[in-house]
Each structure stands twice: as C-alpha cells, then as structure tokens.
Design a protein around this ligand. Sequence first.
Ligand SMILES: [Zn+2]
Length: 379
Amino acid sequence: MQTAIYAPAESIKRQPEVLSELKSRWGLCVVIVRGEDPAAFRIVRENGLKAWWLAPGLWGELDVPAGEEAVFVPIEGADIPAHERRWPMLCPARPELGKRLGSEYATRARNCGADGVLCTHLRYHHPADIHGLWGCVCKAWCAGAMREWGLSPAHLKEALSKLPHAVRLAMAITSSGKRSSGSPAAVHPLAAWWDDLVGGDTFARWFRWRCHTVARLLAQIESTFRGELERPFAINAFEPFMAGAVGQDYSTLVEFSNVLSPLLSYHDIHFVQSLSNLASWLSTWAHAPNGLTAQAIAHVIGVRCDLEDRKKVTLACLEKAASAARALQVRFWPTFRALSCPPAEVRAYFEAASALGAELIVFQGVDALLEHGTYPEWY
Ligand SMILES: [Zn+2]
C-alpha cells in the first residue's frame, strides 16, 4: 500500500529525515507540498518520492481582488459563526477566472518543479456557513442563472419564505424517520427535502446550479492548465455526505480530476459544525418548538451513526466515498488527518481504506504516523 502526505515546504527543508522514515514505515511515495520553494521539491525527489504542489483554490489562500468576491442573498438568521466564513471567496461564476487560475497553476507548478498539481478549495464554504449556501448572486451569476436555469434570488427568497412554516409542519417527518422521496434532479438530499416541504424544485435547481457553476470553472481551469503544462492534475473533494451542498458533484468533479481525493476526517468543522448550524438555523428560523436536531438532518442526508463519534463518522464517509469511486471507476485517494488523532485510529483508517481499494492513502499531519516526537509544523 502506498501513502502520501501534505507537507509545508519549510518543514521538508528543516527535517528532511522525516520523509525517509515515512517512506520505510508507511510506503510514502508522494508528497503534496504546501508552498513553492523549489528546494523543498528537490529534497522530496532526492528521497525517491514524487513532489506534487498543493494549489490554492477559491478562498483562504488567495488575494481576492475587489469586485470579485462572491455575493450572498441576505437571509435572516444565517449569521451563525462558522469556521470557513473568515475567508472571502472568489466568485466561481467570473467569466475569465478559470483561465486565470489554470494558467497561474501551470506557471507556478513549472517554476517550483512539481510532478503534479493537487488543487484545494475549489468549492463553496462548508454548509456550516449558512449564509454561504445562498450565493454567489453577483451580476455575472444572475445573468447566467436566469438565462440557463430560469432561477433568480427572488425565486430562492420565495421558496425560503415558505420553509419556516413547512419545517414546523414537517418536524414529524424526521422524528418519525420518514425520508424525503426527493427530486431525482437534486444534487443533495437537503435540497430534495426542502423542495418536498415547500413544493416545487427551487432548491434542487439552486444547488444543481452551484455545482454547474463550479464544474464550468473546473473545466476552464483544467483545459487551460493542460494546454500549458503536461503534468497530472487533480482536485481534492469535500466529504461525500455534504459535497453536493458545496458545489462538488463527484461525478462531474472527476471529469476534471485524475483522481477522487475526498477530505474525510474533518469531523469537527466540516461535519458536526455544519449539521449543528443547519439545525440551529432551521429551528430558530422556523420557531420550531423543540428545535431541529442535528441528528434529524443527519438522517435526511443518510448518516446513521452517532454524530459525535469521530471514528464512526469518518469511516461512514470513507465507505460512501469509496463506493462513489467504484461506481465512477476512478482512482481513489482518501485523505485523513494524522495530527492530534490517536495512532490506532489513524491505523484503522489506513486499513479500512486499503480494504476498500484505495490507490493512495493521504495524510495531513504526521504525528500519528511516527512513534517518537511531535511534528506540529508538518501540517
Ligand atoms: Zn458571483
């Protein structure tokens, strides 16, 4: 079995011996370098490993030029603190953005001597950012959405205005365990559920349109990149239960990515925070008497285990993503955090991913992979 790690360029330069240790103990063969120092890429290759570059995406690591930020429909009660909300996001509907990013990726990857490129954050914020679910609705977006999908912020607001009442009426749906039949066109069960509640298909179209917007951006990035540099090109993915709500439809994503590489162990910020924020938003907004619990939403999206159990949730994510990779017949690179996580837990992920046919098992952080010492800067 082969493994990969995400690693900062500075740490590679400071402690290159970590690479050889991981190579002999864990079959390390790829290092996904955070940073662009050519010296770090050289060190990786001198250890007989492939050096990929971790390319920044739509938010977090990029300067967002004024006027290119995503714009969101103002929704009452959506201002709940969320981890990813701190980063402004580039609007994925900007007409030339894909060409700009694709070209920049190729130039930078060539300059640092990368063997391949793995892009991160080519998606909307995690669903914990409730506000972020309702955008971007800038002029570029609105023109396209109306023309191609007959969808406008007004349609969304109308559907949302019916939701509180519908949620109140439907509290029994989740507590009785009845699942939404859903619209077949929905890219996410939450959209199907909300459409069922209010009638129509606005939410299905809304979330599908976001996936479509991201897919169009990825197509532009990928074709520009491939036109300029012959190197493997991949995109990491959100965990499978919620990917459709952040603009990542796996079946479309893999058209532009060499591999399916989902980030599976962000149990706290991607999973628990998203479910609890969605629950708190819906229940407060709907003045629901008992509050919608995160467990009820978990039921709608198909998670059947204890939400607080990080290991069980992560393994459920792994199984769902592995089955998507099998169905789509793509190479599978599941990604787990190996920082502040017990070694036995990381070993269990490794073994489960191996059994599910992962081609490469990717870790972020190395603490749980090495017996001695701590490596806080290897993350
Ligand atoms: Zn926009």
